[in-house]
Ligand binder design. Sequence first.
Ligand code: DGL
Length: 282
Amino acid sequence: MERLTTGDTRPIGFFDSGVGGLTVVKEALKQLPNERVIYLGDTARCPYGPRPQEQVERFSLELANFLVQHDIKLLVIACNTATSFALDAIRARLTIPVVGVIVPGARAALKATHKKKIGVIGTQGTIQSAAYTKALVAKDPQVQVEALACPRFVPVVESNQFHSPTAKKVVFETLRAFQPLQIDTLILGCTHYPLLRPIIQNYLGSGVTLIDSGAETISEVSTLLDYFELAAPPSQEVQHHEFYTTGSAKLFQEIAHSWLQLQDLAVTHVPLTELGGKPHAS
Ligand code: DGL
């Protein structure tokens, strides 16, 4: 088979219910600097956590469709809730590689734990789906998993309050309920949570290793790009990334700018009426 020598300059698509997936993008910018990113956050319909599976699946298919129309070469579902509920449906419809965040996060946690006692925090949807527990136990039946839904975390992040005293109060009050602190490893099972990481670490102490599933996911993306010969060619130029949100472009821009530290970060509003339909092509 002939090998690609020029590389594939098409972008990698990312979606999330809001700004959370930017924590995954941040890793992509670090680990894959030659790659171009196109991101869609469904801020208008955030949070996804409390929504029923059927709705999360439908919304996720709409977001995937939007990105496919922008000629992406690989799709990252940068949302644990959408990965839990829609990964199979999206994979069934696309011919490009589709990567979720759950299995990479589970794999990293198993690598980190010494006591085989792993905690998982996530949205109601992710925790109720037991996606992490299933992924962990499938790889190691000896492992003990303690899971906790943290529905108050996402609104704190989406309102750009993740450095505030409110954030500390919410994190401390929520994690207090997480009693079985025999765990030595905690999976941040929602892509919004790494923005609260310093506060979570402060509460749990240095004896607990926090796992950012987004970071692990990008290592998997890097492997897949090489395997499928989809990696972009080396480039000295600054990549032109595109960011879209169904909500306020201004608020999204503020959070994205402070989190990603990118110059010239432009955010475009996409009305919900422009989404719709199901992905059908590669
Ligand atoms: N960031 C998302 C996740 O990883 C979803 C948060 C939400 O919309 O509830 O689950």
